[in-house]
Each structure stands twice: as C-alpha cells, then as structure tokens.
Design a protein around this ligand. Structure first.
Ligand code: PLP
Ligand code: TYF
Length: 396
C-alpha cells in the first residue's frame, strides 16, 4: 500500500536541532530553534509551575476527560490575559476561548473554522512568517498569499509596504498578524502603527487573525497584547486569536495553547463555539489535563501569578540584556553594523547573515542558525556570547 509514498523533507528548524545534537564540538551553540534557555543552557522550569506541580502530585486527582473545549479555569484565565480582566468584550459574552494543543493546535482549529465559515476567503501572511503558518492554512485548503513586512536593507519593518499590500487585498481576506515578537524577524509594529493597521482592516473589511506565541517576552503582558486590546476596542466585530503558553510558561512539551474567537454578540458566540467543538470532537475529542492544570493553577492563585509575572519579567529582561551584550561584543570585535539587533523584539533576530555565512558559522564554529539568517537570541548566555560574537564578526 505504501510502496509509492514519497519522502517528505523534515522541518528545517527542527532538523537543525538534530544536526546540533549530533555535533561533537564542546563549543557548539544552537541558535536555531525558538526556545528560551537559561544561563546554564537549560529550558527553565518556572518556580510557580513547580509549586503547582507539587500540589497536583499531592492531590493525585482522578483523570476524567476535560470538556471538548478545555478546562474552564484555564480558558477563563486565558481570556483575561488576552483582553484584560475588565474587558467589555468578555462581559458581553463575545469572546469564546478554547483550550488547544499548543498555539499550533489553535491555528489549525481556527483555520478549519474559517475555511468552513468563509470558504472563498484567502489568507495573507507576512513575508516572511513562521513557516508553519503557510503549512497549516495550506493543509485545510486556504490559498495563502503574503504581504510585504520586512525591509532587509533597513533590518526593520517595511510599514509602508505592509499598508500598501493590505490595501490591495479583497474584502473578506483573512490577515494573519503576529501580536508581538515577530517570528522570524523580531520586527514589530509600534502602537501608532497598530492603530493604523486596525483602521485599515476595518475600512477594507479584512478579517484579523492574531497569533500571539510570545506574550510577555518583549515589554509585558498587557503591552504585548496591545494589538488584541486595540482590536477589542475597535469597531471590528469578528476576529480570532491563537495564543500559546509554550514560551511564557516554559511548557513547550505540555502543548498549552488557546483559540479565542470574537463574535458580534453572545448568541453568535454560542453558535460559533458549537462549531469549534464539533471540529475538535472529530479530531482529538478533548485536550489533555496536565499542562492546563499547571497554567490554571498559577493564574488562579494571586501569589503564584505574581511569582510567574516576576519570572516572565526576568526572562524578558535577560533577553534585552543578551541583545545589548551581543551588539556590544560584535562592535568590540569589529562588527558595529549589527546595532539593529537591539531594536528587534522577542526571541528572534533576522541577523542579515547570508546562507553562506550561516553555513560557515555551522561548519567552522559549530554555531547553528536558520538558513534565512534567523537567530534565537534567547539561546545566548554569558558563557557563549563572546564566542558567538567573535564567530559572527569573523564571517562578516
Ligand atoms: N506561532 C508562532 C508565531 C510561533 O513562533 C510558534 C512557535 O512555537 C507557534 C505559533 C506555536 O506555538 P506552540 O509551540 O505552542 O504550538
Ligand atoms: O520558530 C521556532 O523555532 C519555534 C519552534 O515546526 C518550532 O516556533 C519551529 C518549527 C516547528 C515547530 C516549532
């Protein structure tokens, strides 16, 4: 039956980690995959999470099924984290949140929902974007187009290009926007630019789809959700948000994400949510318990929540310091042209390194970056910063 099945090439980013793991050099550095590592090169287990984990182990509760759309404490807390506790959109019953299998699962469920409700629509993603965006929307039959986003020469956002391309889209087109910490470029919109984009989306009848995988990694929980909060306050009545706790709780493998669909009113929201539940029932039936219990346990306990916010703040501050340190070390090694890295936000930087330079970094130095020149700043540490800076300067 499978004799003629073709071999599909692996994910290039995840493949880098395999190559990194197989590299015997002690000085090797993995700047490929988007994971936050601590000073010791480990994925942190947050203290707030550890405490909930202990409580859960002690209580050893029965493992019944969760509701199809997930743990109510988790979805409620998620909604409040996205929109703010006092959001009218929540009290009006317009926002329905579903626990999903990571942010990726939210993207997929939303893609299926939108394909069903807007069958003729196309989706526009930024150029470049996280490669999985194209894959997920393509998989459910969407035609994926892109809009200008990055100015490679200026190492930043091409805002005029973005506006011009969004203006050209047909009404009803779904527009995928990264809320913050743009993957892969690190180039984000300013508050004033968000206002302009949202006004344009409204004026042109475009459908906003916000992906937020890094809430709290740039400036703060509320600050990084600005695009979502501006949308909530705008005249736009329908949009969706795919969000993820993989990074903000350092719970990558627990697959903790959420889909939030905003409807015009509570009745519409109930109908839409019934569709979301049908999609999930026919897919994985219901989500898993543990990761959601960890997040809900932290967010539902004021002391643990404060501790988590502090730990998230430390991760954010450390990323800023690593950006600054990298820029300084690069300049000290004769490569001052990388100062833009400090202006970029989140885990990633489009470094401007060419494919050939990325190859040299891997072959000569055991430093793994994505072929596009994307580096994960959150994988740097005081231990490898100087080594990375010297190597990047050497190939520049
Ligand atoms: N969206 C973006 C922009 C991402 O970078 C990621 C990365 O992990 C995701 C979604 C998926 O998140 P998750 O790992 O929770 O599925
Ligand atoms: O962009 C990244 O590195 C993260 C992790 O198929 C990731 O978002 C990368 C590729 C992939 C799944 C997750």
């Amino acid at each position: 039956f499978f004799a003629n099945v073709e071999l599909v090439p692996g994910d290039p980013i995840l493949g880098l980690t395999e190559a990194y793991n197989a590299d015997a050099r002690a000085t090797k550095v993995n700047l490929g995959v988007g994971i936050y590592y601590d000073e010791d090169g480990r994925i942190p287990v947050l203290r707030a999470v550890q405490q909930v984990e202990r409580r859960l182990a002690e209580a050893s509760k029965p493992r019944g099924y969760l509701p199809i759309d997930g743990m109510p404490d988790y979805t409620r807390a998620t909604r409040e984290l996205l929109f703010g506790q006092d959001s009218p959109l929540i009290s009006e019953g317009r926002a329905a949140t579903t626990q999903t299998v990571g942010g990726s699962g939210a993207l997929r469920v939303a893609a299926e929902l939108l394909k069903k409700t807007l069958p003729a629509a196309r989706i526009a993603i930024s150029n470049p974007s996280w490669e999985n965006h194209r894959a997920v929307f393509g998989a459910v039959g969407f035609e994926v187009v892109d809009y200008t986003y990055f100015d490679a020469a200026a190492h930043g956002l091409d805002f005029d290009g973005m506006l011009a391309d969004l203006r050209k889209l047909d009404a009803g087109t779904v527009v995928l926007l990264h809320a913050c910490c743009h993957n892969p470029t690190g180039a984000d919109l300013s508050p004033a630019q968000w206002e302009q984009v949202i006004a344009l989306l409204h004026e042109r009848g475009l459908f906003p789809f916000v992906d937020m995988a890094y809430q709290g990694f740039d400036r703060g929980i509320a600050e990084d959700a600005l695009a979502i909060r501006l949308l909530a306050a705008s005249p736009i009545r329908n949009f969706v948000v795919a969000s993820s706790y993989s990074k903000s709780f350092s719970l990558y493998g627990e697959r903790v994400g959420a889909l939030t669909v905003v409807s015009d009113n509570a009745d519409e929201s109930r109908r839409v949510q019934s569709q979301v539940k049908r999609l999930i029932r026919a897919n994985y039936s219901s989500p898993s318990t543990h990761g959601a219990a960890l997040v809900a346990g932290v967010l539902g306990d004021p002391a643990l929540r404060a501790e988590w916010e502090a730990e998230l703040g430390q991760m954010r501050t450390r990323i800023h310091a690593l950006r600054k340190g990298l820029v300084e070390q690069l300049a000290a090694n004769g490569a001052p042209q990388y100062d833009f890295i400090q202006r970029q936000a989140g885990m990633f930087s489009y470094s401007g390194l060419s494919k050939a330079q990325v190859e040299r970094l891997r072959e000569e130095f055991g430093i793994y970056a994505v072929g596009t020149g994307r580096i994960c700043v959150a994988a740097l540490s005081a231990k490898n910063l100087d080594y990375v800076a010297k190597a990047v300067a050497a190939v520049s």
